[in-house]
Design a protein. Structure first.
Length: 57
């Protein structure tokens, strides 16, 4: 399934099991598109330290 923002032309694609409900796929695709467009939460800068465990390589 794909979601496309009509204003910017940005596109995201998701894959899901055949048994997944269409409404779930639409919700995930919309959330992925919103994240790509920076519409959710605080946008992190690339040089911000990681919030969890691990190291930046």
């Amino acid at each position: 399934m794909a979601a496309i923002d009509v204003a910017t032309g940005e596109e995201v694609v998701i894959q899901s099991p055949k048994s997944a409900a269409r409404s779930d796929m639409e919700r995930v695709a919309a959330a992925k598109l919103a994240r790509k467009l920076g519409l959710t939460g605080k946008r992190k800068r690339p040089d911000d330290p990681p919030s969890g465990r691990g190291i930046k390589v």
